[in-house]
Design a protein around this ligand. Structure first.
Ligand SMILES: [Zn+2]
Length: 469
Protein backbone atom coordinates (compact mmCIF):
# COMPACT_ATOMS: atom_id res chain seq x y z
CA UNK A 1 0.00 0.00 0.00
CA UNK A 2 2.68 2.37 1.10
CA UNK A 3 4.84 1.33 -1.86
CA UNK A 4 1.99 1.78 -4.30
CA UNK A 5 1.35 5.26 -2.96
CA UNK A 6 5.03 6.09 -3.41
CA UNK A 7 4.95 4.88 -7.02
CA UNK A 8 1.83 6.96 -7.59
CA UNK A 9 3.49 10.00 -6.03
CA UNK A 10 6.69 9.57 -8.07
CA UNK A 11 4.59 9.22 -11.17
CA UNK A 12 2.71 12.37 -10.34
CA UNK A 13 5.92 14.23 -9.60
CA UNK A 14 7.58 13.22 -12.86
CA UNK A 15 4.44 14.12 -14.78
CA UNK A 16 4.46 17.61 -13.36
CA UNK A 17 8.21 18.03 -13.09
CA UNK A 18 9.16 21.58 -13.87
CA UNK A 19 5.60 22.80 -14.06
CA UNK A 20 4.72 25.65 -11.76
CA UNK A 21 2.12 24.95 -9.13
CA UNK A 22 -0.58 27.60 -9.29
CA UNK A 23 -2.15 29.50 -6.45
CA UNK A 24 -5.23 27.30 -6.36
CA UNK A 25 -3.03 24.21 -6.12
CA UNK A 26 -3.80 22.95 -9.65
CA UNK A 27 -1.29 22.49 -12.44
CA UNK A 28 -1.64 24.16 -15.84
CA UNK A 29 -2.76 21.76 -18.52
CA UNK A 30 -0.31 20.36 -21.03
CA UNK A 31 -1.08 21.04 -24.70
CA UNK A 32 -1.98 17.36 -25.05
CA UNK A 33 -4.63 17.79 -22.33
CA UNK A 34 -5.96 20.89 -24.07
CA UNK A 35 -6.14 19.07 -27.40
CA UNK A 36 -8.15 16.30 -25.76
CA UNK A 37 -10.39 18.82 -24.07
CA UNK A 38 -11.08 20.50 -27.43
CA UNK A 39 -11.70 17.17 -29.15
CA UNK A 40 -14.40 16.63 -26.52
CA UNK A 41 -16.39 19.42 -28.20
CA UNK A 42 -16.67 17.59 -31.53
CA UNK A 43 -20.32 16.62 -31.01
CA UNK A 44 -21.35 20.04 -29.77
CA UNK A 45 -19.63 21.69 -32.73
CA UNK A 46 -21.49 19.33 -35.07
CA UNK A 47 -24.78 20.14 -33.36
CA UNK A 48 -24.13 23.88 -33.73
CA UNK A 49 -23.22 23.49 -37.41
CA UNK A 50 -26.27 21.30 -38.05
CA UNK A 51 -28.64 23.72 -36.40
CA UNK A 52 -27.17 26.79 -38.13
CA UNK A 53 -26.60 25.38 -41.61
CA UNK A 54 -29.16 22.60 -42.12
CA UNK A 55 -31.55 22.70 -39.16
CA UNK A 56 -34.32 24.84 -37.75
CA UNK A 57 -32.12 27.93 -37.48
CA UNK A 58 -31.13 27.79 -41.16
CA UNK A 59 -31.28 31.29 -42.74
CA UNK A 60 -32.44 32.83 -39.45
CA UNK A 61 -29.70 35.46 -39.17
CA UNK A 62 -30.33 36.49 -42.78
CA UNK A 63 -34.10 36.70 -42.29
CA UNK A 64 -33.77 38.63 -39.06
CA UNK A 65 -31.37 41.05 -40.74
CA UNK A 66 -33.69 41.48 -43.74
CA UNK A 67 -36.61 42.51 -41.51
CA UNK A 68 -34.35 44.84 -39.52
CA UNK A 69 -32.66 46.45 -42.54
CA UNK A 70 -35.93 46.84 -44.48
CA UNK A 71 -37.72 48.29 -41.44
CA UNK A 72 -35.02 50.65 -40.14
CA UNK A 73 -32.78 51.42 -43.11
CA UNK A 74 -29.37 53.09 -42.73
CA UNK A 75 -28.27 54.09 -39.23
CA UNK A 76 -25.98 57.09 -39.11
CA UNK A 77 -24.66 58.21 -35.71
CA UNK A 78 -26.98 60.81 -34.22
CA UNK A 79 -29.88 59.87 -36.52
CA UNK A 80 -33.45 58.89 -35.60
CA UNK A 81 -32.85 55.67 -37.54
CA UNK A 82 -30.03 54.66 -35.23
CA UNK A 83 -32.23 55.35 -32.19
CA UNK A 84 -34.95 53.22 -33.75
CA UNK A 85 -32.42 50.44 -34.47
CA UNK A 86 -31.25 50.37 -30.86
CA UNK A 87 -34.83 50.25 -29.55
CA UNK A 88 -35.63 47.51 -32.05
CA UNK A 89 -32.66 45.39 -31.00
CA UNK A 90 -33.30 45.93 -27.29
CA UNK A 91 -36.75 44.45 -27.63
CA UNK A 92 -35.69 41.74 -30.12
CA UNK A 93 -32.95 40.49 -27.78
CA UNK A 94 -35.39 40.42 -24.87
CA UNK A 95 -37.97 38.55 -26.93
CA UNK A 96 -35.26 36.08 -27.87
CA UNK A 97 -34.93 35.21 -24.18
CA UNK A 98 -31.36 36.44 -23.73
CA UNK A 99 -30.17 37.58 -20.31
CA UNK A 100 -29.10 40.98 -18.95
CA UNK A 101 -30.34 42.80 -22.03
CA UNK A 102 -29.45 46.43 -21.44
CA UNK A 103 -28.24 49.66 -23.03
CA UNK A 104 -25.05 51.49 -22.05
CA UNK A 105 -25.23 55.24 -22.79
CA UNK A 106 -22.64 56.85 -25.10
CA UNK A 107 -22.49 60.32 -26.69
CA UNK A 108 -21.88 60.07 -30.42
CA UNK A 109 -21.05 62.65 -33.11
CA UNK A 110 -24.02 63.95 -35.06
CA UNK A 111 -23.23 65.01 -38.61
CA UNK A 112 -25.72 65.21 -41.46
CA UNK A 113 -24.85 65.57 -45.12
CA UNK A 114 -27.87 67.66 -46.11
CA UNK A 115 -28.40 68.39 -49.79
CA UNK A 116 -25.39 68.03 -52.02
CA UNK A 117 -24.57 67.95 -55.71
CA UNK A 118 -21.74 68.57 -58.13
CA UNK A 119 -21.85 69.62 -61.77
CA UNK A 120 -19.02 69.79 -64.25
CA UNK A 121 -19.48 73.08 -66.15
CA UNK A 122 -16.41 72.97 -68.42
CA UNK A 123 -15.57 71.49 -70.90
CA UNK A 124 -19.28 70.48 -70.90
CA UNK A 125 -22.13 70.03 -68.47
CA UNK A 126 -22.16 66.71 -66.71
CA UNK A 127 -23.53 65.79 -63.32
CA UNK A 128 -20.84 64.32 -61.05
CA UNK A 129 -22.07 61.75 -58.51
CA UNK A 130 -20.82 62.68 -55.04
CA UNK A 131 -21.20 61.64 -51.42
CA UNK A 132 -19.93 64.12 -48.85
CA UNK A 133 -17.42 62.60 -46.45
CA UNK A 134 -18.21 62.28 -42.76
CA UNK A 135 -17.53 65.42 -40.77
CA UNK A 136 -17.13 67.57 -43.89
CA UNK A 137 -18.06 71.23 -43.68
CA UNK A 138 -20.61 72.70 -46.09
CA UNK A 139 -19.85 74.92 -49.04
CA UNK A 140 -21.17 78.49 -48.84
CA UNK A 141 -24.92 78.48 -49.68
CA UNK A 142 -24.24 79.53 -53.27
CA UNK A 143 -21.73 76.66 -53.66
CA UNK A 144 -18.15 76.74 -54.94
CA UNK A 145 -17.31 77.08 -58.61
CA UNK A 146 -13.65 76.51 -59.37
CA UNK A 147 -11.18 75.04 -61.79
CA UNK A 148 -10.05 71.49 -61.11
CA UNK A 149 -6.54 70.12 -60.66
CA UNK A 150 -6.30 66.33 -60.95
CA UNK A 151 -3.53 64.50 -59.08
CA UNK A 152 -2.79 60.80 -58.70
CA UNK A 153 -1.00 61.02 -55.34
CA UNK A 154 -0.09 63.27 -52.43
CA UNK A 155 3.41 63.46 -53.93
CA UNK A 156 2.06 64.90 -57.13
CA UNK A 157 -0.08 67.35 -55.15
CA UNK A 158 2.95 68.58 -53.24
CA UNK A 159 5.00 68.96 -56.43
CA UNK A 160 2.21 70.97 -58.04
CA UNK A 161 1.34 72.92 -54.88
CA UNK A 162 1.55 76.31 -56.68
CA UNK A 163 -1.04 75.21 -59.26
CA UNK A 164 -3.50 73.94 -56.63
CA UNK A 165 -4.18 77.29 -55.00
CA UNK A 166 -7.85 78.35 -55.30
CA UNK A 167 -8.76 75.13 -57.14
CA UNK A 168 -10.76 71.99 -56.41
CA UNK A 169 -8.32 69.10 -55.99
CA UNK A 170 -9.53 65.88 -57.62
CA UNK A 171 -7.62 62.84 -56.39
CA UNK A 172 -7.51 60.02 -58.92
CA UNK A 173 -5.38 57.70 -56.80
CA UNK A 174 -5.15 54.06 -57.92
CA UNK A 175 -6.75 51.49 -55.62
CA UNK A 176 -4.00 49.41 -54.05
CA UNK A 177 -5.68 48.09 -50.93
CA UNK A 178 -8.28 49.56 -48.63
CA UNK A 179 -5.78 50.06 -45.82
CA UNK A 180 -3.32 51.91 -48.04
CA UNK A 181 -5.64 53.82 -50.33
CA UNK A 182 -8.06 54.99 -47.63
CA UNK A 183 -5.44 57.59 -46.65
CA UNK A 184 -6.70 59.69 -49.55
CA UNK A 185 -10.21 59.73 -48.11
CA UNK A 186 -9.00 60.39 -44.56
CA UNK A 187 -6.35 63.07 -45.27
CA UNK A 188 -7.33 64.30 -48.74
CA UNK A 189 -9.05 67.48 -47.55
CA UNK A 190 -6.26 68.41 -45.12
CA UNK A 191 -3.52 67.96 -47.72
CA UNK A 192 -5.49 69.91 -50.31
CA UNK A 193 -6.22 72.73 -47.85
CA UNK A 194 -2.52 72.96 -46.94
CA UNK A 195 -1.75 73.97 -50.54
CA UNK A 196 -4.61 76.45 -50.68
CA UNK A 197 -7.29 74.40 -52.46
CA UNK A 198 -10.94 75.35 -51.90
CA UNK A 199 -12.42 71.81 -51.92
CA UNK A 200 -11.37 68.22 -52.53
CA UNK A 201 -13.08 65.44 -54.47
CA UNK A 202 -11.70 61.98 -53.87
CA UNK A 203 -11.94 58.92 -56.08
CA UNK A 204 -13.92 56.35 -54.09
CA UNK A 205 -11.93 53.70 -52.26
CA UNK A 206 -12.99 50.64 -54.24
CA UNK A 207 -11.59 48.25 -56.81
CA UNK A 208 -14.79 48.13 -58.84
CA UNK A 209 -17.44 50.67 -59.69
CA UNK A 210 -20.69 51.21 -61.53
CA UNK A 211 -20.53 54.96 -61.01
CA UNK A 212 -21.30 54.81 -57.30
CA UNK A 213 -19.54 57.10 -54.82
CA UNK A 214 -18.45 55.53 -51.49
CA UNK A 215 -18.52 57.71 -48.38
CA UNK A 216 -16.57 57.29 -45.12
CA UNK A 217 -14.79 59.10 -42.36
CA UNK A 218 -12.27 61.89 -42.84
CA UNK A 219 -10.61 64.17 -40.34
CA UNK A 220 -9.52 67.77 -40.27
CA UNK A 221 -6.38 68.99 -38.51
CA UNK A 222 -6.11 71.89 -36.13
CA UNK A 223 -4.53 74.94 -37.82
CA UNK A 224 -5.45 73.71 -41.32
CA UNK A 225 -8.49 75.40 -42.95
CA UNK A 226 -11.52 73.10 -43.16
CA UNK A 227 -12.60 72.73 -46.78
CA UNK A 228 -15.62 70.80 -48.12
CA UNK A 229 -14.75 67.27 -49.19
CA UNK A 230 -16.65 64.51 -50.96
CA UNK A 231 -15.96 61.28 -52.77
CA UNK A 232 -16.74 60.81 -56.44
CA UNK A 233 -17.06 57.71 -58.62
CA UNK A 234 -14.03 55.96 -60.11
CA UNK A 235 -15.50 56.72 -63.55
CA UNK A 236 -15.74 60.48 -63.02
CA UNK A 237 -12.26 60.64 -61.45
CA UNK A 238 -10.78 58.80 -64.43
CA UNK A 239 -12.68 60.95 -66.92
CA UNK A 240 -11.43 64.19 -65.39
CA UNK A 241 -7.92 62.73 -65.23
CA UNK A 242 -8.01 61.95 -68.96
CA UNK A 243 -9.31 65.41 -69.74
CA UNK A 244 -6.64 67.09 -67.64
CA UNK A 245 -3.94 64.98 -69.29
CA UNK A 246 -5.08 66.33 -72.66
CA UNK A 247 -4.77 69.85 -71.32
CA UNK A 248 -8.53 70.46 -71.18
CA UNK A 249 -9.67 73.03 -68.65
CA UNK A 250 -12.18 71.54 -66.18
CA UNK A 251 -14.52 73.64 -64.02
CA UNK A 252 -16.79 72.11 -61.38
CA UNK A 253 -19.61 73.59 -59.35
CA UNK A 254 -19.93 71.95 -55.91
CA UNK A 255 -22.69 72.47 -53.39
CA UNK A 256 -22.82 70.73 -50.02
CA UNK A 257 -25.21 71.44 -47.14
CA UNK A 258 -23.48 69.35 -44.47
CA UNK A 259 -23.99 70.27 -40.82
CA UNK A 260 -22.40 69.17 -37.57
CA UNK A 261 -24.70 69.21 -34.54
CA UNK A 262 -23.81 68.79 -30.86
CA UNK A 263 -23.02 65.19 -29.84
CA UNK A 264 -26.10 63.09 -29.48
CA UNK A 265 -27.10 60.47 -26.87
CA UNK A 266 -26.79 56.87 -28.07
CA UNK A 267 -26.16 53.40 -26.64
CA UNK A 268 -24.12 50.24 -26.94
CA UNK A 269 -26.63 47.37 -26.88
CA UNK A 270 -25.70 44.40 -24.69
CA UNK A 271 -27.14 40.91 -24.07
CA UNK A 272 -25.70 37.84 -22.40
CA UNK A 273 -25.83 34.17 -21.68
CA UNK A 274 -24.49 34.19 -18.13
CA UNK A 275 -21.72 31.69 -17.43
CA UNK A 276 -22.44 28.69 -15.21
CA UNK A 277 -19.07 28.45 -13.45
CA UNK A 278 -17.11 31.67 -14.05
CA UNK A 279 -19.87 34.21 -14.71
CA UNK A 280 -17.50 37.13 -14.15
CA UNK A 281 -15.29 35.99 -17.05
CA UNK A 282 -16.31 37.28 -20.47
CA UNK A 283 -16.19 36.06 -24.04
CA UNK A 284 -17.30 39.08 -26.07
CA UNK A 285 -18.85 38.74 -29.55
CA UNK A 286 -19.72 41.86 -31.46
CA UNK A 287 -20.57 43.87 -34.53
CA UNK A 288 -21.59 47.50 -34.93
CA UNK A 289 -25.20 48.62 -35.22
CA UNK A 290 -24.56 52.07 -36.70
CA UNK A 291 -23.78 52.53 -40.39
CA UNK A 292 -23.36 55.30 -42.95
CA UNK A 293 -26.47 57.04 -44.19
CA UNK A 294 -26.56 55.28 -47.56
CA UNK A 295 -27.96 51.92 -48.63
CA UNK A 296 -29.22 49.84 -45.70
CA UNK A 297 -26.00 49.12 -43.81
CA UNK A 298 -26.88 45.47 -44.47
CA UNK A 299 -23.29 44.38 -45.10
CA UNK A 300 -21.49 46.99 -42.97
CA UNK A 301 -22.19 45.92 -40.40
CA UNK A 302 -25.66 44.41 -40.32
CA UNK A 303 -24.18 41.01 -41.18
CA UNK A 304 -21.58 41.11 -38.39
CA UNK A 305 -24.09 42.32 -35.81
CA UNK A 306 -26.65 39.67 -36.73
CA UNK A 307 -24.31 36.66 -36.82
CA UNK A 308 -23.10 37.79 -33.39
CA UNK A 309 -26.68 37.80 -32.11
CA UNK A 310 -27.17 34.44 -33.84
CA UNK A 311 -24.28 32.94 -31.85
CA UNK A 312 -26.16 33.51 -28.59
CA UNK A 313 -29.46 32.34 -30.08
CA UNK A 314 -27.95 29.07 -31.33
CA UNK A 315 -26.33 28.32 -27.99
CA UNK A 316 -29.57 29.05 -26.18
CA UNK A 317 -31.58 26.91 -28.64
CA UNK A 318 -29.27 23.97 -27.98
CA UNK A 319 -29.84 24.35 -24.24
CA UNK A 320 -26.14 25.06 -23.69
CA UNK A 321 -24.72 27.30 -21.01
CA UNK A 322 -20.94 27.82 -21.17
CA UNK A 323 -18.84 28.14 -18.03
CA UNK A 324 -18.03 31.77 -18.84
CA UNK A 325 -20.44 34.54 -19.76
CA UNK A 326 -21.01 35.01 -23.46
CA UNK A 327 -21.63 38.71 -24.01
CA UNK A 328 -23.05 40.23 -27.19
CA UNK A 329 -22.20 43.89 -27.75
CA UNK A 330 -23.69 45.84 -30.66
CA UNK A 331 -21.52 48.94 -30.85
CA UNK A 332 -22.69 52.44 -31.62
CA UNK A 333 -20.72 55.19 -33.37
CA UNK A 334 -18.20 52.82 -35.03
CA UNK A 335 -18.15 54.68 -38.33
CA UNK A 336 -17.29 57.92 -36.52
CA UNK A 337 -14.12 56.32 -35.15
CA UNK A 338 -15.14 53.58 -32.73
CA UNK A 339 -16.81 56.01 -30.33
CA UNK A 340 -19.08 53.49 -28.60
CA UNK A 341 -16.30 50.93 -28.25
CA UNK A 342 -13.89 53.49 -26.81
CA UNK A 343 -16.29 54.42 -24.07
CA UNK A 344 -17.11 50.76 -23.39
CA UNK A 345 -13.42 50.06 -22.99
CA UNK A 346 -12.92 52.96 -20.59
CA UNK A 347 -15.87 51.84 -18.49
CA UNK A 348 -14.96 48.16 -18.37
CA UNK A 349 -11.17 48.02 -18.57
CA UNK A 350 -10.83 47.70 -14.80
CA UNK A 351 -12.08 44.13 -15.38
CA UNK A 352 -9.65 43.49 -18.20
CA UNK A 353 -8.20 40.36 -16.56
CA UNK A 354 -11.67 38.78 -16.85
CA UNK A 355 -11.90 39.31 -20.61
CA UNK A 356 -11.02 35.96 -22.19
CA UNK A 357 -11.32 37.02 -25.85
CA UNK A 358 -12.89 39.92 -27.76
CA UNK A 359 -14.42 39.06 -31.14
CA UNK A 360 -15.77 41.34 -33.84
CA UNK A 361 -17.15 40.64 -37.30
CA UNK A 362 -16.93 43.85 -39.34
CA UNK A 363 -15.50 42.88 -42.72
CA UNK A 364 -18.43 41.17 -44.32
CA UNK A 365 -20.25 37.88 -43.78
CA UNK A 366 -19.46 36.21 -47.09
CA UNK A 367 -18.13 32.65 -47.37
CA UNK A 368 -16.00 32.14 -44.24
CA UNK A 369 -12.57 30.50 -44.26
CA UNK A 370 -11.71 30.89 -40.58
CA UNK A 371 -10.54 33.56 -38.19
CA UNK A 372 -8.12 36.43 -37.96
CA UNK A 373 -6.47 36.11 -34.56
CA UNK A 374 -4.35 38.37 -32.38
CA UNK A 375 -2.74 36.86 -29.30
CA UNK A 376 0.22 34.98 -27.90
CA UNK A 377 1.76 31.98 -29.69
CA UNK A 378 0.28 29.67 -27.05
CA UNK A 379 -3.20 31.11 -27.44
CA UNK A 380 -2.86 30.82 -31.22
CA UNK A 381 -2.06 27.10 -30.93
CA UNK A 382 -5.20 26.59 -28.87
CA UNK A 383 -7.36 28.58 -31.30
CA UNK A 384 -5.92 26.59 -34.23
CA UNK A 385 -6.96 23.43 -32.44
CA UNK A 386 -10.47 24.82 -31.82
CA UNK A 387 -10.75 25.63 -35.52
CA UNK A 388 -10.33 21.93 -36.42
CA UNK A 389 -13.90 21.57 -35.10
CA UNK A 390 -15.01 23.55 -38.16
CA UNK A 391 -13.66 21.00 -40.61
CA UNK A 392 -17.24 19.94 -41.59
CA UNK A 393 -17.71 23.40 -43.17
CA UNK A 394 -14.10 23.85 -44.23
CA UNK A 395 -13.47 27.03 -42.24
CA UNK A 396 -10.44 26.02 -40.20
CA UNK A 397 -7.80 28.66 -41.04
CA UNK A 398 -6.22 31.02 -38.53
CA UNK A 399 -4.69 34.17 -40.00
CA UNK A 400 -2.64 37.04 -38.58
CA UNK A 401 -4.22 39.23 -37.17
CA UNK A 402 -7.66 40.05 -35.88
CA UNK A 403 -9.10 43.23 -37.32
CA UNK A 404 -11.82 45.38 -35.80
CA UNK A 405 -11.98 49.03 -34.78
CA UNK A 406 -14.16 48.18 -31.81
CA UNK A 407 -11.97 45.45 -30.29
CA UNK A 408 -8.64 47.20 -30.91
CA UNK A 409 -8.58 48.89 -27.52
CA UNK A 410 -8.60 45.50 -25.77
CA UNK A 411 -6.15 43.81 -28.12
CA UNK A 412 -3.63 46.62 -27.66
CA UNK A 413 -3.74 45.83 -23.95
CA UNK A 414 -3.07 42.13 -24.53
CA UNK A 415 -6.53 40.59 -24.60
CA UNK A 416 -6.71 37.93 -27.35
CA UNK A 417 -8.89 39.05 -30.26
CA UNK A 418 -10.60 37.38 -33.21
CA UNK A 419 -12.32 38.59 -36.34
CA UNK A 420 -14.26 36.64 -38.93
CA UNK A 421 -12.15 35.80 -41.96
CA UNK A 422 -14.28 35.56 -45.08
CA UNK A 423 -14.16 36.07 -48.82
CA UNK A 424 -13.95 39.87 -49.04
CA UNK A 425 -13.27 39.98 -52.77
CA UNK A 426 -16.53 41.92 -53.33
CA UNK A 427 -16.72 43.67 -49.95
CA UNK A 428 -15.35 47.04 -51.10
CA UNK A 429 -17.57 47.05 -54.18
CA UNK A 430 -20.48 47.88 -51.86
CA UNK A 431 -18.74 49.34 -48.80
CA UNK A 432 -20.19 52.70 -47.63
CA UNK A 433 -22.24 53.05 -50.83
CA UNK A 434 -25.90 53.04 -51.83
CA UNK A 435 -25.25 49.46 -52.92
CA UNK A 436 -24.90 48.20 -49.33
CA UNK A 437 -28.36 46.61 -49.38
CA UNK A 438 -29.73 43.18 -48.39
CA UNK A 439 -29.13 42.03 -51.97
CA UNK A 440 -25.41 41.77 -51.11
CA UNK A 441 -26.10 39.31 -48.29
CA UNK A 442 -26.45 35.58 -48.88
CA UNK A 443 -28.38 33.38 -46.42
CA UNK A 444 -26.14 30.31 -46.89
CA UNK A 445 -22.98 32.31 -46.33
CA UNK A 446 -24.48 33.90 -43.23
CA UNK A 447 -25.37 30.42 -41.90
CA UNK A 448 -21.74 29.35 -42.29
CA UNK A 449 -20.45 32.55 -40.67
CA UNK A 450 -22.83 32.09 -37.76
CA UNK A 451 -21.59 28.51 -37.31
CA UNK A 452 -17.94 29.63 -37.17
CA UNK A 453 -18.74 32.45 -34.78
CA UNK A 454 -20.80 30.21 -32.48
CA UNK A 455 -18.41 27.25 -32.29
CA UNK A 456 -15.43 29.50 -31.55
CA UNK A 457 -17.18 31.66 -28.94
CA UNK A 458 -18.87 28.72 -27.24
CA UNK A 459 -15.80 26.52 -26.95
CA UNK A 460 -13.60 29.37 -25.68
CA UNK A 461 -16.31 30.32 -23.18
CA UNK A 462 -16.66 26.75 -21.97
CA UNK A 463 -13.07 25.50 -21.75
CA UNK A 464 -11.74 24.97 -18.26
CA UNK A 465 -9.06 27.66 -18.64
CA UNK A 466 -8.98 31.12 -20.19
CA UNK A 467 -6.76 31.64 -23.24
CA UNK A 468 -3.20 32.43 -22.13
CA UNK A 469 -2.17 36.06 -22.72
ZN1 LIG B 1 -18.08 48.50 -40.36
Amino acid sequence: MKYLFLVFLMNLLSQYAGKPLRRDGSYPKSFEDIKNEIAGYTDIAKAIIDLAVHGKAQNRSYERLAVFADTIGPRLSGSKNLDAAIKYMFSALQKDGLENVHLEPVKVPHWERGEEFAMMLEPRNQSIAILGLGNSVATPPEGITAEVIVVASFDELHKRAQEAKGKIVVYNEPFISYGETVQYRVRGAVEAAKVGAVASLIRSITSFSIHSPHTGGQSYQPDVPQIPTACISVEDAEMMSRMAFRGTKIVVHLKMGAKTYPDSPSFNTVAEIVGSKYPEQIVLVSGHLDSWDVGQGAMDDGGGAFISWEALSLIKDLGLRPKRTLRLVLWTGEEQGGIGAKQYYQLHKENISNFDIVMESDEGTFKPSGLGFTGSAKAREIVKEIMTLLLPINATDVYDNADGTDIDYWMRDGVPGASLHNDISKYFWFHHSQGDMMTVQDPNQMNLCAAVWTVVSYVIADMEEMLPR
